[in-house]
Design a binder for this molecule. Structure first.
Ligand code: NAP
Length: 258
């Protein structure tokens, strides 16, 4: 079992005035997109960033659920299925037309198949890699032109300690007790994508966050942390105003091991 054992159109929300900052990391002028923002850690990230003064777009594949969350929180809604090139491109157009983007939080994710390792299929692998890894490539490519127009461009990739080679080899860490080949491999790839994009895009702060084992639908709400605790590292990275290191991996205690 894993510690995280998983569990079109656009528009709305309150105001539609534009937003992306052109003047350097002021929270009041920062516009942020959270993918998979309709529930769990994504929803809490959106709530906390709104509280910090950001204009927040909730990206969700399901319009009704995404719009409901956005309305509850006072965020905007954009339809966004991270496995669908057209959906990602349309979301980027919508957000560009509304004023742009400063912070991209790649949060959407799945655990994928729960089959025993000797039963896993190629299709199982492609499903989880598409949602967790190819999605980061899709959104990064689509939103890069917007981020490059920001004065405080930031990408936060939500990865996991389960994708850390150090953590899964440390007998004192819960990650070492987990066998989940596809999910862990996908998160290792997300962390490496973060390092590679940080090298390739020095004008953007690109960092990875491990939420820690948090009670959400992803793990049948078995995690020991609250969603507020689980979003500490993500919120930290999303509120640095384009400052600080790039290519790092943190959890709520600080620097995390690759
Ligand atoms: P969650 O409650 O299951 O939420 C996952 C979110 O991702 C949902 O909003 C879901 O939308 C969305 N999503 C899935 N596939 C999508 C797609 N194709 N397009 C757009 N959105 C999609 O899980 P969570 O725990 O909050 O997970 C958030 C992130 O944290 C994930 O990347 C996860 O791997 C990571 N993480 C979680 C933990 C933990 O212990 N919970 C620990 C480390 C890392 P639907 O509602 O439409 O399914």
């Amino acid at each position: 079992m894993t510690t995280e054992t998983p569990a079109t159109g656009t528009t709305t929300s309150p105001d539609t005035t534009s937003a992306a900052t052109t003047a350097g990391g002021d929270a009041a002028t920062t516009t942020t997109l959270v993918t998979g923002g309709n529930k769990g850690l994504g929803r809490e990230t959106a709530r906390r960033l709104l509280e910090a003064g950001h204009t927040v777009w909730i990206g969700a594949r399901d319009e009704a659920r995404g719009r409901a969350t956005a309305d509850e929180l006072g965020a905007r809604f954009v339809q966004l299925d991270v496995t669908d090139d057209a959906s990602v491109a349309a979301a980027a157009e919508t957000i560009a037309a509304a004023g742009g983007l400063d912070v991209l939080v790649n949060n959407a994710g799945i655990t994928g198949s729960h089959s025993a390792p000797d039963q896993l299929t190629g299709a199982d692998a492609l499903e989880v890699l598409d949602t967790n890894v190819a999605s980061v490539v899709r959104t990064t490519t689509a939103f890069l032109p917007l981020l490059r127009r920001s004065s405080a461009p930031t990408i936060v990739n939500v990865t996991s300690g389960l994708g850390s080679f150090t953590a899964v080899h440390d007998a004192d860490r819960i990650e070492s007790t987990v066998v989940a080949p596809l999910y862990t491999a996908s998160k290792a790839a997300v962390t490496m994508l973060t390092v590679q994009y940080a090298k390739a895009l020095p004008e953007i702060r690109v960092n990875a966050a491990d939420p820690g084992y948090t009670a959400t639908d992803l793990n049948g709400n078995s995690g020991h942390q609250t969603v507020t605790e689980g979003t500490d590292a993500v919120v930290e990275l999303a509120t640095r105003g384009g400052q600080g290191p790039t290519g790092t991996f943190i959890d709520r205690s600080g620097v995390a091991p690759f």
